[in-house]
Design a protein around this ligand. Structure first.
Ligand code: FE
Ligand code: MN
Length: 471
C-alpha cells in the first residue's frame, strides 16, 4: 500500500531467502559430513569461499646447515669454496627469510622437495623443523620429502678450526618422527615401502609427495647415493592414492626430489630418475601432468609430449611438465611461487627471489652482505664460476687474455643458467670474444657445458601455466 510496507515485505522476503540459503548450506554441510564416513563416492560439497585461488610455494635443496656446526674457520671456508656454490655461511639467515616472507605473504602451504639439509646432520634437521614449526604457527602448512642428502648420510660433518668432524645423521624412521607435522601426520595415505605420501592441500588439490631417494645403502657405501628411482611397489601405491583423490574429483600435483625429465643436454647421470620412462607411463596413466622436482640445482622447465599418434585426444596424449626449481641454497636463491584455481584447475608457476635484504632491514641486521644480499650472492657465485673456469683452462694453449675472456663468458652464462634465464639474454654474452673460443672444437666437460647452457629453447624456464587433469 505505501512505500514502507513494500520495504517491509522486501525485507521479509530477503530474510526468508537468507534463512533458506542458510538451511540449504547447513544441510549440505551435514550431507558432506556423512559422506566422509560412508563409502559414498560423491564429492564433498565445497563452499563458494573455498573455491578461491590459493597461493603456495615450492622450494628445494635448501641444504640447511645448523650454524652451531661451523665456526667460520679454515676447514669451513675451504669446504664452502671447494663446493658447488651453496651459500652455507648464511644458511640460517636464508631460512629465517623464508619464515619472514611466509609471514608477510601468507601462502596456503609450502612444499620442500628434498635435500632439506646440507648432509643430513641431525642438528640441522632439528633446527630446520623448529623454523618450519614457526611457519605453521603463522598459518602456512608445510609438506616435505627427503632428498639424497638427508638420511643415513656418512658425510654429515661439523667444522671446527682447521678440522672437519663426524657428526650424527638421521634414519628414515627419525625423519618421519621429526617431520610428523610437515606431511606425515596429515597424509591421507602413506606408502609402506618408502617415505612417499599423499595429502589434501587445498580444495580440489592433493599433493603426491614421492620419495625418489635411495639411502638404505649409504652407510655401507660410505657416501650418499646420488641417483633416484620410484620403486615398483611405490608405483602401485600411486595407482591406489590417485583413486582416493578421484573419489573427491581433486587434481593432483606430483612432487619428487629427482627429475622426471632431462634438464640438461649433457650426459650427466644421477639427476633424472633411473626409471624415468616407467614413471612417466605410470603418471600419464593416472592423469598426473605436473611434476615439481629439484636435485639438479638449476632452474629448468621441460615437457614430455606424448609419443604415439592416436586420432582422438586421450590421457595417453597429455603432455607432462617437470619444473626443476633451482636450489634455494644456490644463487639466485629463488623458489617457485604458485597459484591454483580450484574452478578452472589452472596452476601458475613463477620464480621468486628470496628477499634477504628486506628481512635483514626489518630485523635490524647490520651485516653489509645481508643488507645487499642479491649483489653479494651473485658476485660470490660469479667469482667462483670464473675461478673454476680459469683453473680448468690453465693447461690449455690459450693466451692469458683469451683464458680470461673465456672464463668471463663461463661465469656470466653460469649465473643466468642457474637462474633459468639464458634463453632471453644470452646475446650480449655471445658477442664476447671468449664465446667464439668456446665454440672452437675442443674437448673437455666445460666446452660441452658452455654449449648446452647457450642452447635456445622455446619453453620458459621461469614461468608456466598448466591446467591440471581433473581426477
Ligand atoms: Fe641438492
Ligand atoms: Mn639432491
Amino acid at each position: 500500500m505505501n512505500f514502507s510496507t513494500d520495504k517491509a515485505t522486501t525485507l521479509y522476503k530477503k530474510t526468508v531467502i537468507f534463512s533458506s540459503v542458510l538451511l540449504l548450506s547447513l544441510s549440505l554441510a551435514l550431507t558432506g559430513c556423512k559422506d566422509t564416513n560412508s563409502s559414498n563416492l560423491s564429492a564433498p560439497v565445497l563452499d563458494q569461499d573455498d573455491l578461491q585461488p590459493v597461493s603456495f610455494w615450492v622450494a628445494t635443496d635448501t641444504h640447511f646447515l645448523d650454524k652451531n656446526l661451523q665456526d667460520g674457520g679454515q676447514a669451513f671456508q675451504t669446504y664452502v669454496t671447494g663446493g658447488d656454490g651453496k651459500m652455507l655461511p648464511y644458511s640460517d639467515e636464508m631460512a629465517e627469510t623464508l619464515v619472514y616472507e611466509a609471514e608477510q605473504k601468507k601462502p596456503e602451504f609450502i612444499i620442500l622437495s628434498g635435500d632439506l639439509t646440507n648432509n643430513g646432520e641431525r642438528s640441522s634437521h632439528q633446527q630446520l623443523t623448529e623454523k618450519l614449526k614457526r611457519i605453521e604457527q603463522q598459518g602456512t602448512s608445510v609438506y616435505v620429502i627427503p632428498g639424497n642428502h638427508d638420511l643415513f648420510n656418512p658425510w654429515a660433518r661439523s667444522f671446527s678450526g682447521d678440522k672437519q668432524l663426524l657428526t650424527d645423521s638421521i634414519t628414515d624412521k627419525d625423519f618421519v618422527k621429526m617431520y610428523a607435522d610437515f606431511g606425515y601426520e596429515e597424509a591421507v595415505s602413506r606408502d609402506k615401502e618408502s617415505l612417499s605420501y599423499i595429502v589434501k592441500a587445498a580444495p580440489n588439490l592433493w599433493i603426491l609427495m614421492l620419495d625418489s631417494s635411495q639411502y638404505l645403502n649409504n652407510q655401507k657405501y660410505g657416501f650418499p647415493q646420488t641417483d633416484g628411482r620410484i620403486a615398483a611397489s611405490t608405483l602401485s601405491w600411486i595407482d591406489e592414492s590417485v583413486k582416493l583423490a578421484a573419489k573427491e574429483h581433486a587434481s593432483v600435483i606430483t612432487v619428487m626430489h629427482h627429475n622426471l625429465l632431462d634438464h640438461t643436454t649433457m650426459s650427466v647421470s644421477g639427476f633424472k630418475l633411473n626409471n624415468s620412462q616407467e614413471t612417466i607411463n605410470a603418471l600419464r596413466k593416472n592423469g598426473l601432468n605436473l611434476v615439481l622436482s629439484g636435485h639438479i640445482h638449476l632452474q629448468d622447465i621441460q615437457v614430455d609430449q606424448a609419443a604415439g599418434n592416436q586420432d582422438s585426444a586421450s590421457s595417453e596424449q597429455t603432455p607432462i611438465y617437470d619444473i626443476a626449481t633451482s636450489a634455494m641454497a644456490v644463487n639466485p636463491h629463488q623458489y617457485g611461487a604458485m597459484t591454483f584455481d580450484p574452478l578452472s584447475r589452472t596452476v601458475n608457476y613463477k620464480t621468486e627471489p628470496l628477499n634477504v635484504e628486506v628481512w635483514a632491514k626489518a630485523t635490524g641486521i647490520t651485516d653489509h652482505n645481508l643488507l645487499n644480499f642479491k649483489a653479494y650472492a651473485e658476485n660470490i657465485f660469479a667469482t667462483n664460476s670464473y675461478d673454476k673456469a680459469i683453473d680448468s683452462l690453465k693447461d690449455s694453449s690459450y693466451t692469458e687474455s683469451e683464458k680470461e675472456s673465456m672464463a668471463k663468458v663461463m661465469s656470466k652464462l653460469n649465473v643466468r643458467y642457474f637462474a633459468g634465464t639464458t634463453d632471453t639474454i644470452s646475446k650480449d654474452i655471445k658477442e664476447l670474444p671468449g664465446y667464439k673460443l668456446w665454440e672452437e672444437p675442443q674437448d673437455g666437460f666445460l666446452a660441452g657445458y658452455v654449449q648446452s647452457m647457450a642452447e635456445d629453447k622455446a619453453l620458459s624456464n621461469v614461468a608456466l601455466e598448466v591446467v591440471l587433469t581433473k581426477q
